[in-house]
Ligand binder design. Structure first.
Ligand SMILES: [Zn+2]
Length: 442
């Protein structure tokens, strides 16, 4: 039941007093239908990335809603960032509501983009069907469900504690799935995190987990060089693919066993990612793949170039330089031992590992709220892959940031992706309690 505000205007502020927390929890329960509808409507705006469809539309939808709840909205186009064009403009929304008194700024950041649909769906990927307490659709768990839960949490808090100290921000940003350059990175470059104190990113890490950060990333391209000749007389040329084969076998012999030995103190989930890993993202040697309408044979040539893109994920315990040196060691060893072996190595992109301390204010606040709502201590985890926290840390210079939100990471990017309504409700309660803890005045 919804109590009229006047009925308790003289009993708050009480910070996380039990009755206050209960009232907020009840209010969020009352918003269940609203939460479902909000999630469904977000899913029904197909914000596919690439190429970056309907970014303006989803910002306009969110702005209409948040303005009704007293938020000031700011549309920010990341002009000139990767993928930005007149056809696919990179629109972000930054909504802010200030309380009547000074205090901290709590910022919820969600990405609005979703990945391609893929095969194997039994429901409409942009239908938002509600079946047995789950809402289905591309982006339901990653991460429109988390965005909706944070909005409901903020709205419930504002109804309950209009006289709060500080400000609440909700950002809806683009391109997380393709690096976040036109989204959080752009906002951070424009200085939008300078005044922010606490950041919660409602990525689907599960309602009882706090994600402190992520491993580092180093992507590089190795090229081996050869010499073109007629394929019937390969001894007159030099085969770049055979050289790359030697790179692969040297990696298997020395590098992969070394990486498997490197364990981390970071609580990465799943367990298999609690070490250094390296994926060979692609491998290409010799002639280009023929055009689809070409039905002839390739010509007989010795390949003079082979390229391999590697995706190395690294740990707090390692440095970027160490990662690069290990790769160079493999290549230099071959330069010394294999006739005519030459190579080039190019860094494609690099992200440092990041991990917020467990005693950071946002972590302890969320931990306490999880305990209150779910009756258990949170599990502290680190993500195997990166997300927008990297930009908030590196460009925004703000360490007090975590990922916390509803949904199962394992469902992200899969067919029949869904988010559970009860999970969203409970996460919203956790986020709402955090707002009480951080912004309700004594
Ligand atoms: Zn995501």
């Amino acid at each position: 039941m919804l109590l009229p505000k006047a009925a308790f205007s003289n009993v708050y502020p009480m910070k996380t007093d039990a009755t206050h927390a209960n009232r907020l929890a009840n209010r969020i329960d009352d918003k269940r239908d609203d939460l479902i509808q909000l999630t469904q409507e977000l899913i029904r705006i197909p914000t596919l990335n690439p190429p970056g469809e309907n970014y303006l539309e989803i910002c306009e939808y969110l702005a209409r809603r948040l303005e009704k709840h007293g938020f000031e909205t700011n549309f920010i186009r990341a002009t000139g960032t990767p993928g930005d064009s007149e056809r696919y403009p990179r629109w972000n929304l930054l909504a802010r509501r200030d309380g009547p008194r000074k205090g901290d700024c709590v910022h919820f950041n969600s990405h609005t983009d979703v990945v391609e649909v893929g095969q194997g769906w039994t429901t409409d990927p942009f239908g938002g069907a509600l079946i047995d307490g789950k809402i289905y659709g591309r982006g339901s768990c990653d991460m429109k469900g988390g965005l909706a839960a944070s909005i409901i949490a903020a709205e419930a808090f504002l109804e309950d504690v209009p006289d709060f100290a500080g400000s609440i921000e909700i950002s809806a940003t683009t391109d997380e799935e393709t690096g976040g350059f036109g989204g959080v990175a752009y906002l951070a470059e424009q200085g939008h995190y300078a005044h922010v104190d606490h950041v919660i990113i409602p990525e689907p890490l599960q309602k009882d987990r706090i994600c402190l950060g992520h491993r580092g990333v180093w992507w590089g391209e190795i090229e081996t060089h050869g010499e073109i000749a007629h394929g019937s007389m390969p001894f007159l040329g030099d085969c770049a693919v055979r050289h790359m084969g030697a790179v692969l076998s040297e990696m298997e012999k020395t590098l992969y066993p070394k990486l498997a030995q490197k364990r981390t103190a970071m609580p990465v989930v799943p367990e298999g990612a609690r070490q250094s890993t390296m994926n060979i993202n692609s491998f290409h040697g010799g002639q280009a793949e023929p055009e689809a309408d070409y039905t002839g044979l390739p010509s007989a040539c010795v390949p003079d170039s082979a390229r391999m893109i590697i995706d190395r994920r690294y740990l707090m315990e390692e440095s970027r330089d160490e990662v690069v040196t290990e790769i160079e060691d493999v290549l230099n060893h071959l330069s010394e031992t294999r006739p005519n072996f030459t190579y080039s190595l190019e860094e494609l992109w690099s992200v440092s590992p990041t991990m917020t301390e467990k005693d950071a204010p946002v972590v302890t606040t969320v931990a306490k709220a999880i305990k209150d709502v779910l009756g258990k201590d949170p599990e502290y985890v680190v993500s195997p892959g990166t997300y927008d926290q990297k930009h908030i840390d590196r460009i925004g210079k703000l360490k007090n940031c975590i990922a916390y939100g509803p949904g199962l990471l394992e469902l992200a990017h899969k067919p029949d992706e869904y988010v559970g309504v009860d999970d969203m409700i409970q996460s919203a309660k956790v986020m709402g309690l955090c707002l009480i803890d951080l912004l309700a005045v004594e």
